[in-house]
Design a binder for this molecule. Structure first.
Ligand code: GLA
Length: 732
């Protein structure tokens, strides 16, 4: 099947996936015009959608002469330049040697190839010739001879199209890129809502849906990371779109640094979205022959609502973005000592937790912050990645041997991008941090960002960490990052390249992570940035899971995990049972409920197992057994959001359905109990209407249609925050 075609006569490019279509056309003056993205429209080329009109104050190209109907100010484009009469937000802005900044991109040629393109040093989806096809369209600016190669890969079976831009200076003179977006999407005549995911530390990815307004709005991060505050995943959808019905488009930037998604509704009710690296503190100098590659945007369209859109992203990430061998195999269920001990532990305490972990059936012990240097508090020690033998007497290797001896795996916490002022590393190399000359550095959690743009810094840190990992035979790494990037200036870059620091920092992080995953192919790697501050598609290329939030309160997690699930698979969300009253909120929820919420992710415990009561121990054993039985649903099933925690005050429910529809699990929490209660019916989704399903607990048998259309009653609660769990299996 030809998924990408070019019609020589009409000059229309058509990209197809199983259910979607994307079209563009080379038009007058070699302008690449966007025609259509959405449901499959058969063999029609949507050229009829382009209506050219003479519009006041929207200028025209000089070569158009008296024809005032072809204006770049209003026509939908694929990748807009600057200073060519288009006053909307644009994709590319440059500064030429003479100080001028116009760039007018015209079509030059195209290439179609089997398989997926890749990007140098950047995360991206992968796919062989059976999975993906690539279209490369080259645009160029006649005056500077700057070339822009627009990269499109289609993944037909996944209903995914990816985009990126490769910018090449083929001119004689230097060019400075001021803004290079990864993609642009122009919609004609659409009134849409924007769904995005904002938040803060410990309350990440809250969901907000707002109608687009005239003018420009943006979702962005300038913190050097993708951030807790805004996530580089957004959805545009029709006003009527719901979980089950309607048109929606998802855009995910596979990048872990500063980003901007800008959306403009223009004078003629058209919508333009651009997404890519934030232009703030960004420039990139291209000498003759140099190339700059933007990060990738992963796009999908669903005509069947937001639920289907999420399934597309979940499946795509699981099959063609996450590389870990743990993607398809059961993850060890862990206990992490952070909330159990914080910095206050010794080897005996750690071993006792490990012994209890073994007793209740856990698979791995994870040693969090505080094992290295003089790290007794969070004010010191970062950068000194050697074992603190005052705390871990006899050395870490010996402790790990004992833990391995219990039959448990062993994991450890690191924060490689950071340094404390009170550390040997900082005393030896005070010039290795990001610091603006003559200015005080801004501190955050008493720590500083290392200048990760520098190879010698990266190699030093990773060398130390690899030594510990080799000596201790580490099975799992939690890579943390506990402050935003600031003091942005690298001592080794010339003045005219300081605009590259943020981006080079991110490339440096990716290079370190790549070294880690190449050197330890069997490692389970979990990302983290103060919980979920770097929860993005870029990070999933390196690690199959990310610690979802520092907030372990099961009730707050309902919102955090709900918001995260729009763009990311549940199998990527680190979720643990912690103690009560909860350390972040002081709230108390039943142990079982904490288990149900943490089971909607990569499951584990984060509490002092020594303090569990006998009853809790038995419950934990049961939770672990139950998770092992349902883990395949978390890892490979379809995930449905059955209720919205931002709207529903009574209960929050979600559901897993195996791909073959034979097994279904509905889980959730009843938030509030009331006297003389209503009966709440719930309606599972995604089942086979005609087949029969048995409720594993009660033995009752229903048709799929009965469950989905007539519903099933929630059990009556016995208090607030009660757990809900239904398990149905197909019986015919
Ligand atoms: C971050 C992480 C926590 C924990 C602490 C340790 O906040 O998100 O899980 O590892 O750092 O300092």
């Amino acid at each position: 099947m030809k998924w990408i075609t070019y019609n020589e006569r009409t000059r229309v490019f058509t990209l197809r996936t199983r259910n979607t279509m994307y079209q563009m056309q080379v038009r007058e003056y070699e302008t690449l015009i966007h025609l259509y993205y959405g449901a499959d429209i058969g063999d029609t080329e949507a050229t009829h959608r382009i209506v050219c009109l003479d519009r006041g104050f929207s200028g025209n190209l000089y070569e158009a002469g008296d024809d005032r109907t072809f204006s770049l100010d209003v026509l939908p484009q694929e990748y807009s330049g600057y200073g060519n009469g288009d006053y909307r937000i644009n994709s590319l802005e440059v500064e030429h040697e003479d100080g001028s900044d116009a760039v007018h991109l015209r079509y030059e040629d195209y290439k179609i190839q089997e398989g997926k393109y890749s990007l140098t040093g950047l995360p991206a989806m992968f796919g062989d010739e059976n999975e993906a096809q690539t279209l490369e369209i080259t645009l160029y600016d006649r005056i500077s001879n700057l070339k822009v190669h627009l990269l499109y890969s289609v993944f037909p079976e996944l209903d995914i199209i990816t985009r990126a831009a490769r910018i090449e200076n083929q001119g004689e003179k230097q060019v400075k890129i001021q803004r290079a977006m990864s993609m642009e999407m122009d919609y004609t005549h659409k009134h849409m809502d924007l769904v995005h995911f904002y938040g803060r530390h410990a309350m990440e990815r809250m969901t907000e849906r707002q109608p687009l307004h005239h003018g420009v709005q943006s979702i962005e991060s300038k913190r050097g990371t993708s951030s807790h505050q805004h996530n580089p995943f957004v959805i545009l959808c029709d006003r009527m779109t719901s979980e089950k019905y309607g048109d929606c488009y998802g855009f995910a930037l596979a990048y872990s640094g500063n980003f901007r998604c800008e959306i403009e509704v223009d004078q003629t009710e058209q919508t333009r979205l651009v997404m890519g690296i934030h232009p703030y503190h960004f420039s990139y100098r291209l000498e003759k022959g140099d190339v700059f590659e933007t990060p990738e945007v992963i796009m999908a369209y669903s005509g069947d609502g937001l639920g289907r859109l999420s399934h597309i992203f979940h499946d795509a990430y699981r099959s063609n973005l996450i590389r870990s061998k743990y993607m398809d195999s059961p993850r060890p269920i862990l206990v992490n000592n952070w909330e159990a001990t914080y910095f206050d532990f010794d080897e005996e305490k750690l071993f006792r937790i490990a012994e209890r972990a073994k007793e209740i059936g856990l698979d791995m012990f994870v040693l969090d912050d505080g094992w290295f240097g003089n790290r007794d508090t969070d004010t010191k020690g970062l950068g000194d990645w050697y074992v603190n033998e005052n705390k871990i007497r006899g050395g870490l290797a010996k402790l790990v041997e004992k833990i391995h001896g219990l039959g448990l795996k062993f994991g450890i916490w690191i924060e490689p991008e950071m340094v404390s002022e009170d550390s040997d590393l900082y005393r030896e190399h005070p010039d290795w941090v990001l610091r603006i000359p003559q200015r005080h550095m801004n501190l955050s959690r008493s720590q500083l960002n290392l200048d990760i743009t520098r190879k010698e810094v990266r190699d030093h840190v990773m060398g130390q960490i690899f030594k510990v990992m080799d000596e201790c035979k580490v099975d799992y790494i939690k890579w943390d990052m506990n402050r935003s990037v600031d003091n942005v200036y690298s001592a080794v870059l010339p003045a005219e390249r300081q605009g590259e620091v943020f981006h080079r920092y991110v490339l440096g992080v990716y290079e370190m992570m790549e070294q880690l995953v190449q050197r330890y192919p069997d490692l389970l790697f979990e990302n983290c940035s103060g919980g979920g501050g770097r929860f993005d598609a870029g990070m999933l290329y390196y690690s199959p899971q990310i610690w979802c939030s520092d907030n372990t309160d099961a009730i707050d997690r309902l919102k955090i995990q709900y918001g995260t699930s729009f763009g990311y698979p549940v199998s990527a969300m680190g979720a643990h049972v912690s103690t009560c009253p909860n350390h972040q909120t002081g709230r108390t929820a039943p142990f079982e409920t904490r288990g149900v919420v943490a089971s909607a992710g990569t499951f584990g415990y984060e509490l002092d197992l020594e303090k569990l009561t006998e009853e809790e121990k038995e419950m934990a054993k049961e939770q672990i057994r139950a998770y092992k039985k349902m883990e395949h649903l978390v890892q490979t099933g379809d995930y449905y959001r059955l209720s919205d925690p931002f709207k529903n005050q009574d209960h929050v429910l979600w559901e897993f359905v195996s791909k073959d529809k034979k097994e279904v699990m509905v889980c959730g929490v009843q938030l509030r109990n009331e006297a003389n209660p209503h009966i709440h019916l719930i309606y599972p989704e995604g089942m086979d209407e005609k087949r029969h399903y048995q409720d594993v607990e009660t033995g009752a048998v229903y048709t799929g249609a009965a469950l989905m259309k007539a519903g099933v009653a929630l059990p009556l609660g016995k208090g607030d925050y009660q757990p809900v769990r239904f398990h149905f299996v197909m019986v015919d």
